[in-house]
Design a protein around this ligand. Structure first.
Ligand SMILES: Cc1cc2nc3c(=O)[nH]c(=O)nc-3n(C[C@H](O)[C@H](O)[C@H](O)COP(=O)(O)OP(=O)(O)OC[C@H]3O[C@@H](n4cnc5c(N)ncnc54)[C@H](O)[C@@H]3O)c2cc1C
Ligand code: SF4
Length: 489
């Protein structure tokens, strides 16, 4: 029988077929030398790998080597591996003699499903259409040929601002208990740092699941206690509560600990037999079955050069204060708080990623390739496949809309509507000129002015561009933002 090699993002039971099949796990130190990772991300990956080795006991061979190649040289029998999640790793396994590559796992839809769907389409590929196809194909939240509730997407019901009293009454997600394996990981990382391997961000108690058992406990708790509030407050931000009602399961899906279809069926059951509101259930299913599978397929469907797209000619380097997660250097309340969230937890939810971090980078014209690297290494759930679509395509519009209809760029008004940040800020979201001009509001107009000739004209942009044309002070705004440059706002 071949030995099944499990990469560090293939750790759940659904990556094995046979309880007796020998397993190979390789912990490569070179991975942590190649990039500067968030300390808590490095901890989570090592902890998950080592916990899996402990669970499998004698069934697994666990190798600590410098590189994967070195590890593979120590194995005598034939090896098989599920399709890895990056182009680089896929090329690596395909080039090895004696290694068989199996189809991917850890996603709901197969590469063939996607090819069948995408093959018959002209023009841009849109998540909404793929999501509908995937729901029909896997019969998720459908009755007969119709979506339950009559609509495929209840997105419009998922955009409530945060509660006025600044509190969302949901029980906190269960936090895993650290054990001896975590203590060993922490000691090893301390030693690696002394040896010169660099990490960023603060260390802290492990907040994200490292085993399937922990991930399933978090999922069960989410479905029962947090899912009802997830939908309406999906886009809201609160300075006092970074987690709101989000599932905090992305790292568990991406480490392969949790099968996404299991989570989707659980959410459907919560609607059908436990009274969970449809807008929340459909919202969650749309994220997991729609967005997650869609961005996975786009990574493989588009050419390898997609991740290097830079159609808006964004040439500024990502500045040091952002690279180092130096939240204390930032006065803009929203950006400082979100950057502190990344520094302290290696995680913030979708809207801070898109509308605070990504939006700021887009406005300032930071290099998309550096941002891909930044999001990949600073977030506990960051991987190349998920980053390319989310950063290059969605957040930076660096491909001029291969997956979105317009850039996700906005001024302070959006942050003001969807959060409690602006009240406690030294800037004023309504102002674009002067000492208290909101850097987002001013940056928005400067961005549009700079990219007027690059952003393709379409109906969704036409109104915005007309507003820009009517701004009498745009030259002064542009000059002010040029002076602000890359300094921490
Ligand atoms: C600039 C940017 C970078 C991002 N980087 C990552 C990343 O490195 N890894 C990652 O998993 N997600 C990433 N996302 C998507 C999304 O922000 C996170 O999946 C989500 O915030 C994780 O928190 P959660 O588990 O509580 O998600 P929830 O809000 O509870 O959503 C449920 C699940 O849906 C999936 N999901 C939702 N949106 C997306 C999406 N756009 N792409 C892929 N999966 C999605 C995730 O698996 C998530 O766990 C990024 C988004 C943006 C805009
Ligand atoms: S005023 Fe501007 S910088 Fe301050 S919190 Fe609001 S959006 Fe952020």
């Amino acid at each position: 029988m071949s030995r099944r090699w499990l990469f560090a993002d293939q750790l759940g039971p659904h990556f094995l077929d046979d309880r007796r099949q020998p397993v190979l796990l390789i912990e490569s130190k070179a991975v942590f030398r190649r990039r500067v990772y968030h300390r808590q991300k490095a901890h989570l990956i090592l902890s998950a790998l080592r916990h899996r080795a402990a669970e499998l006991g004698a069934q697994a061979t666990y190798l600590r080597t410098d590189t994967y190649a070195e590890g593979l040289r120590k194995v005598r029998e034939p090896v098989e591996v599920c399709h890895p999640t990056s182009r680089r790793a896929l090329e690596f396994v395909r080039r090895r003699d004696g290694v068989t590559v199996l189809p991917p796992r850890g996603f709901v839809t197969s590469l063939d499903d996607f090819a069948e769907w995408a093959g018959g389409r002209r023009g841009a590929l849109r998540m909404e259409a793929f999501y509908r196809f995937a729901r029909e194909h896997h019969r998720v939240l459908v009755d007969g040929d119709e979506p339950v509730g009559g609509r495929w997407s209840l997105d419009v019901e998922n955009r409530e601002p945060p509660p006025k009293d600044g509190k969302l009454a949901v029980p906190a997600a269960p936090v895993p208990k650290e054990d001896d394996i975590d203590a060993e990981v922490r000691a090893d990382l301390d030693r690696w740092e002394r040896e010169g391997i660099r990490f960023v961000g603060r260390d802290g108690p492990r907040r994200f699941p490292a085993t399937t058992k922990e991930a399933q406990a978090r999922l069960r708790h989410f479905l029962r206690h947090r899912l009802p509030a997830f939908g309406p407050y999906e886009d809201a931000m609160l300075s006092t509560d970074p987690w709101l009602a989000h599932s905090m399961l992305s790292s568990s899906f991406n480490l392969g600990l949790l099968d996404p279809l299991h989570a989707i069926r659980g959410a459907e059951k919560a609607y059908r037999s436990q009274g969970a509101p449809l807008a929340s259930v459909e919202g969650f299913v749309r994220q997991v079955l729609g967005w997650r599978d869609f961005v996975w397929h786009l990574y493989w469907h588009f050419d390898a050069g997609w991740r290097r797209s830079n159609a808006l000619a964004a040439r500024r380097p990502v500045p040091g204060w952002f690279q180092e997660l130096d939240a204390d250097a930032v006065q803009a309340h929203c950006l400082s708080d979100v950057l502190a969230g990344v520094r302290d937890h290696g995680w913030v939810h979708h809207i801070p990623r898109l509308m605070v971090l990504g939006n700021y980078a887009l406005q300032r014209g930071w290099r998309p390739a550096e941002l891909v690297e930044w999001f990949h290494t600073r977030f506990v759930d960051g991987y190349e496949w998920v980053m390319t679509a989310n950063v290059v395509g969605m957040s930076q519009y660096a491909d001029l809309g291969r997956m979105t209809t317009k850039p996700y760029v906005s001024g302070g008004a959006y942050v003001n509507r969807m959060s409690d940040y602006c009240g406690g800020c030294r800037y004023d979201p309504r102002k674009r000129l002067g000492a208290d001009a909101c850097p987002y509001t001013a940056g928005y107009w400067a961005f549009l002015d700079r990219n007027r000739g690059r952003i393709p004209a379409n109906a969704r942009m036409a109104r915005t561009m007309k507003q820009l044309d009517r701004l009498a002070d745009v030259d002064r705004v542009v000059a002010q933002e040029r002076r602000r440059g890359n300094d921490a706002p």
